[in-house]
Ligand binder design. Structure first.
Ligand code: NAG
Ligand code: NAG
Ligand code: NAG
Ligand code: NAG
Length: 427
């Protein structure tokens, strides 16, 4: 029965698709499906979307990865309402908002250390004297959305009241303030499994009737890609990012393992951006941003957007790289080839295009080659190539392979568009 179904799918694909790229995909799909008859073990194929959209939290959000800003990476606990307002202003004045960075997310430390006598969370009266509702109104007035933070435990990581066993009260309060996004952390969790602690807040948010983005932050401890798709709009796959090359590369590799589980409605979250915080070089930050975009990671800026250098702004405002992240096909790109410290990452985009990143993790400049085999393209496929960092087309089309010299710790990023050939269109 299952075998017949595979044969039908395969022949439909071969007869209905004419470009050489799609023939190549169809040809590769056969072994992937056949393997699955024998074993349910995971495939790492570039076009493997076997778990894509399998789980869905149907709140209508996250059709593409969320974009915005979060206070933690740069400010940690040093936050106050004027900072949040100035950040909203800066998102607009720098052009970041127009590029899609619309969530203004307050992380830990917005709340007073204790609930009030009615058991409600209270904004810290010293740092948020006007309250969160007023802040939400301000942010909405700029055409942006406001995010807040709580914890699926008895306390937040900075020991403010947590929402465990207060899910309905807190969700109602957030909704009454006009909050649009909740990041939900994992500290002081009483040893209860995340699979038990995260769904009650999903249900509480849903019951408020307000559409609120639900961002799970259980640090990847219980492999959330396997269960969180029906619970949240994104789920952290790793521990917190640090502003270092070692942390960023480690996190990218962990997040990569879960690629086939991402899709519109729910995304793997390798944590927020460190671009602009000073711990990495320009080239390292360019790699960080390129790979996060290709992996369909949330693009949540983590620097002080009121005071960005020209280089930071250049990276964060690269509209061509952002368009890869926001491509409506919504398939997470992945690491497709490793040769020592030379890496090729790639993923499919709409319009039969392929995004390709040549990532140099070596301590010196090297040439990196993307063979069509890594990209699951037939050798006959000819592509035109767009360089997303130079913002220009690479002269001459390529066939069989493409190479470029890449600076140490830098990443070159391209879109390959198959060129229709007389050969393939005559079939
Ligand atoms: C609540 O959940 C239902 C069922 O998934 C969904 O159709 C609805 O849009 C959700 N409402 C909100 C406000 O998220
Ligand atoms: C702006 O950033 C620079 C470093 O890029 C720093 O030296 C300076 O103190 C910052 N200014 C403010 C007002 O934060
Ligand atoms: C990369 O390849 C080009 C062309 O073969 C060559 O000129 C260049 O020296 C190579 N760069 C490195 C770092 O090996
Ligand atoms: C560059 O390539 C893109 C797609 O590969 C194409 O749409 C565009 O017309 C090209 N631009 C120029 C100036 O050739």
């Amino acid at each position: 029965m299952a075998k017949n179904k595979v044969a039908v799918v395969t022949s439909l694909m071969i007869f209905s698709l004419s470009s050489s790229l799609y023939l190549a995909i169809a040809a590769r799909v056969v072994p992937l499906l056949e393997n699955r008859q024998i074993s349910t073990s995971e495939s790492t194929g570039l076009f493997d979307t076997s778990n894509y959209g399998k789980f869905q939290l149907n709140n209508g959000l996250a059709r593409t990865p969320q974009m915005g800003w979060n206070s933690w990476n740069f400010f940690a606990c040093n936050i106050k309402e004027t900072l949040i307002k100035e950040t909203a202003d800066a998102l607009v004045s720098t052009g970041l908002a127009a590029l899609g960075y619309k969530y203004v997310n307050i992380d830990d430390c917005w709340s007073a250390p204790l609930r009030n006598l009615q058991g409600r969370l209270v904004p810290d009266p010293k740092t948020f004297p006007s309250g969160i509702k007023a802040l939400a109104d301000y942010v909405h007035g700029k055409g942006l959305k406001l995010g807040i933070y709580s914890d699926a435990g008895t306390f937040t990581c900075q020991v403010r009241p947590g929402s465990l066993f207060h899910e309905n009260d807190d969700a109602n309060l957030f909704a009454s303030w006009g909050v649009d996004y909740l990041k939900y952390d994992n500290c002081f969790n009483l040893g209860i499994k995340p699979e038990k602690r995260y769904p009650p807040m999903r249900d509480a948010l849903n019951l408020t009737g307000r559409t609120i983005f639900y961002s799970l932050c259980e640090w990847g401890v219980d492999d959330p890609a396997l269960w969180a798709g029906t619970v949240g709009n994104s789920w952290r796959t790793t521990e917190d990012i640090k502003d270092t090359w070692a942390s960023m590369t480690t996190i990218a590799d962990i997040n990569d393992k879960w690629a086939s589980y991402a899709g519109p409605g729910g995304w793997n979250d390798p944590d927020m951006l460190e671009v602009g915080n000073g711990g990495m070089t320009y080239h390292e930050y360019r790699s960080h941003f390129s790979i996060w975009a290709l992996m369909k990671a949330p693009l949540l800026v983590g620097c002080d957007v009121r005071n960005m250098t020209a280089e930071t702004k250049e990276i964060l405002t690269n509209g061509e790289v952002i368009a890869v992240n926001q491509d409506p096909l919504g398939v997470q790109g992945r690491k497709v080839h490793v040769d020592g410290c030379r890496e090729v990452w790639a993923g499919p985009l709409t319009g039969k295009r392929v995004v390709v990143a040549l990532w140099n993790r070596c301590p010196e400049a090297v040439n990196i080659t993307a063979n069509w085999e890594f990209l699951e393209l037939t050798p006959a496929t000819t592509v035109s190539i767009r360089d997303l960092w130079k913002h220009e087309n690479v002269s001459g089309n390529a066939a069989t392979s493409f190479s470029a010299e890449v600076h140490s710790h830098d990443c070159k990023m391209y879109i390959f568009t198959p060129v229709a050939s007389a050969h393939s269109s005559s079939q």
